[in-house]
Design a protein around this ligand. Structure first.
Ligand code: AHN
Ligand code: ZN
Length: 331
């Protein structure tokens, strides 16, 4: 690829007799932008299946058997794709006083590479449906909120393992636990800070490797709903605008402009907030933004019993998975 770019550059320089220095600079930029590495195909059927498998365990609520079994399956599955998997077990107190037994699951791909990119999603699901009109105390399926991000990351791990061409960088997949146990807006308990994102809060203070310093991180959250729009979310823009630019440009370049839209959305507290502010690693969040009803921010299924497999679209999983793979292969 590099030599092809050089060749093209030489050809362009030869042709442009009247080229000023400025013109040459823009030629060089244009040529380098064309030197795109083709990433392997992201298989949306397989990603969809990974979401289905998670949902089939039942709600992945901390301190339940369903949650524990899902964790075991995630560890086993990532190991089966040749990743080095570390499990970070810890306890954290929830807003309601419960002590939660949590596990962050960390898969290292290409451990020898110094240059690394971190990918993350949360694997737990919300214990209640506080935005629903019915059965608010019952846990949700979390097909999109929880399942989708993990499904895309498992498929990325599988794709890299199966690919003849590997990315030139190391990739770390971190599945955070305890993201979705946050205090509901209406709660009998006095308001507390920092009740969301318990796994990423813990990890940010206790990284799995001392001095772990990837180039940047990409968080996936609610990346599977049909016709989802991913806006440029405020916390990502505040801490890692150039990574937002990079990922959005990649998505648009490979044909997913319907998904990666150039709309700015308010900042939210998600796992990337703690990774940016506590761990000191620049991380963006690819998260659905409800353009039709920005007051709700998230989709109409959010923290409701409608967050089931019925709302999951292979096209959306594909747009996100292929874009992230493209970014990894072009580092
Ligand atoms: C807020 O609701 C402000 N943050 C939580 C983000 C979230 C919940 N992601 C998934 N579920
Ligand atoms: Zn949630």
């Amino acid at each position: 690829m590099k030599s092809l770019a050089l060749l093209l550059l030489t050809a362009l320089s030869l042709n442009s007799c009247d080229s000023t220095e400025k013109a040459e600079t823009s030629n060089r930029v244009a040529v380098e932008e064309e030197a795109i590495v083709q990433a392997p195909e992201f298989n949306a059927d397989s990603a969809y299946h990974f979401v289905e498998r998670q949902v089939a365990f039942g709600p992945r609520v901390p301190n339940t058997a369903e949650h524990y079994k899902t964790g075991e399956w995630l560890i086993e599955t990532l190991r089966s794709y040749g990743a080095e998997v570390q499990v970070q077990s810890f306890q954290a107190r929830a807003f309601d006083g419960k002590m939660l037994n949590l596990r962050n699951i960390i898969a290292t791909i290409n451990p020898g590479a110094a240059k690394r990119v971190m990918l993350a999603a949360h694997w737990d699901t919300r214990p209640f449906a506080d935005k629903d009109d019915e059965n608010q105390n019952k846990p949700i399926d979390g097909a999109n909120d929880g399942g989708s991000g993990v499904g895309v990351l498992l498929e990325i791990a599988r794709t890299i393992q199966a690919a003849e061409h590997k990315p030139g960088i190391g990739v770390d997949i971190i599945l955070f636990d305890g993201e979705d146990y946050g205090q509901p807006d209406e709660s009998d308990f006095p308001f507390q800070d920092d009740t969301w994102c318990l796994g990423s809060q813990y990890w940010s203070k206790n990284k799995h490797v001392a001095n772990y310093k990837p180039q940047y991180g990409i968080l996936l959250d609610m990346v599977g709903a049909e016709n989802a729009k991913f806006a440029r979310e405020g916390t990502s823009m505040q801490y890692a605008k150039n990574i937002v630019d990079k990922v959005w440009r990649a998505g648009n370049r490979i044909g997913y402009s319907d998904y990666f839209v150039y709309t700015n959305a308010p900042g939210i507290t998600d796992d990337h907030y703690y990774v940016n502010t506590v761990a000191g690693i620049r991380m963006i969040d690819i998260i659905e933004y409800n353009m039709a009803n920005p007051d709700d921010y998230f989709g109409p299924y959010h923290h409701r019993h409608t967050d089931t497999m019925d709302i999951i679209s292979k096209n959306t999983l594909k747009a996100v998975g292929q874009t992230v793979l493209h970014v990894l292969y072009n580092e």
